[in-house]
Ligand binder design. Sequence first.
Ligand code: ZN
Length: 704
Amino acid sequence: MTFYVTTPIYYANSLPHLGHLYTMIVADTIARSKRQKGIETYFLTGTDEHGINIERAAQKAGRTPKEQADYVVSYYKKMTAAFGLDTAHGGYDIFMRTTEPFHYQGVSELWRRCAKAKTPKGNEAIYKGHYEGWFCAACAEYKTEDEYRKPATEGAPPTCLIHDTELDRISEDSYFFRLSDYGEALLAIYENQPDFVRPDSRRNEVMSFVRGGLQDLAISRLKTSVSWGVPVPDDPDHTMYVWFDALINYITAIGFGNEERQKAVGFEKFWPALHLVGKDILRFHAVYWPAFLLAGGVQLPKAIVAHGMWLDPNGRKMSKTLGNTIELDVLEKHFPVDAIRYFCLREMVFGQDGRFGYEGLIDRTNSDLANGLGNLSSRTLKMISLYCDGRIPTRHISEDKILLAKRSGVDTDETTVSGFIELAREQYLQQFESLNFSRALEVAWSVVARIDGIISDAKPWNLAKDDEQKQTLAAVLYRSAEALRWLSVLLFPVMPQACQEIWTQLGLSGSPGSIEPGQLTWGQLEEAKAIGEVRPIFPRIDKNKIMSEINNETEPSAARATVADAVEGAPGKTETQAPPPTQHATEADAVGVTSFIEIGDFAKVDLRVGQVLSAERIPKADKLLLLKIDVGEEQPRQVLAGIAEYYEPEKLIDRKVVVVANLKPRKLRGYESQGMVVAASIGEEGRPVIATFTEEVPNGARLK
Ligand SMILES: [Zn+2]
């Protein structure tokens, strides 16, 4: 028996964030649980490295597209190592890259098969035509009329609803995939295999999308427009559409179309896969991908499971502009990996959006891990050290001591607790199998609570004072230790390090990761064996201390700025009352337009091309926006601009601007402004209009 699980391969035009980490944690957890059951498992993650967006990003950074991809991949590799998700830590089996030569080979093979295939309606699956329409490079997606915003001024291109950037007009010969012929075949699959797309809400979405009618899909670009990609077999003037090549990675990685990979991994051995995806890319995986496979005569994936998105604690979408993102380096620095894994799986109910905040993470870690599982483990083991000479105590209470034990309030029938934990195991595994991790963990914590209760009721510290109750004491501690053994096996896929630690402290050898949870039998914890060294598993996190460290480290977010302002706004501080900086022509006005300057005077002003990376409002400063601008330096500049009344911060992202780069830094509302954005000043009210470029210009270029 084998199992194959995949995360999406991530587009190598940006660095990893929480969303990427989350899907990897889920896939890693599933992979570990399968391996634990002795199932040979293959776990794929990786990067999607082709397309115009990467070509452009590379150009901007002065790199080749491959160098650009390498750069992003190096971040992914560092991230996966730091969070214990790489091969060295027992995580993924392959970090798939679509620039691998074997991938090119496999993709070409599937293309050729599709090119020869007939659709269910008897037409050619791939045909050559002419594409006329709009394309968002950032989405790597063709946009139909209801998927873009019409331009404000006539003649300008429409903008992407997601990215707000201008779309590319495409009018060129292109190969098409005859998706329109696959609607009925796809609907039949969704009907016959209700588990093919999960959860149900997503399956319904996909079905109504398909019922609405499918359009043929352009699956190539002229090489003269996009050269960074897999060439179309037998027609090198065309480059494959990036999604066509990217989706196929799931089969090329395990050997489709390449003998060496086939020998090393094995396509027939592992396919079909369980695909984990974010709901934003469900259409590609649940509609396009199965259609490509149907055309190519390849078995469909086992299932496509779409998870929700992480929102901030107030239920808002996370974004750089709102300053409410969760930073991976902050997580890495302040939190144990297992606490992050636990939180991710506990907080997001399967299929729904979840909420993620640092404070919530600290609270959960303290309540469920430090006070819950960690405390149960350390109090049990400490008492075994103290009362039982550091050896696993005897579980049975002899006939002559039963009455005494009963008098102390201890249930002398061990099957009460073993029955409870056996039932919990069944429920836990069932929920886990359905990927209802949150519910599964609730079940596991009912065991923690039950055992905690048994200890509190029995009061071992009192029993220890009575020689006659030695057996009662031993039985109570045995039950607790045995429950911990079970928990460390059950929870291993979720928290591998912590469970290994509990396992070792119980004096057990090997790993709970190789024990089949279904095979656990009550009472197999060997009596009289010495326990290991007792150490805290989850130290309590000092919330105030860690939160203040986090707040000092991260960029000022809206919420934190309010606090900062409140402190700074103390009476007598006039700085907060200062008018917003006039970022437009008013300063020039003061100089006087009639007096001439020498060219050398102008040369003193260092004007640079910049690109807005983030923009956010500053609380209680109605006119100010806080911008992060890339002016081609190592670090972006922080610039305050008095344009908040006229510009939505979100709309400024990615925009090219002109920055006065050698303006003396000044502090406003507690923020340093390291430059100035140039804008025209219009009308009496001085409405600012930001200067920009109509042609491609690299960041940092000097204006002369
Ligand atoms: Zn877009």
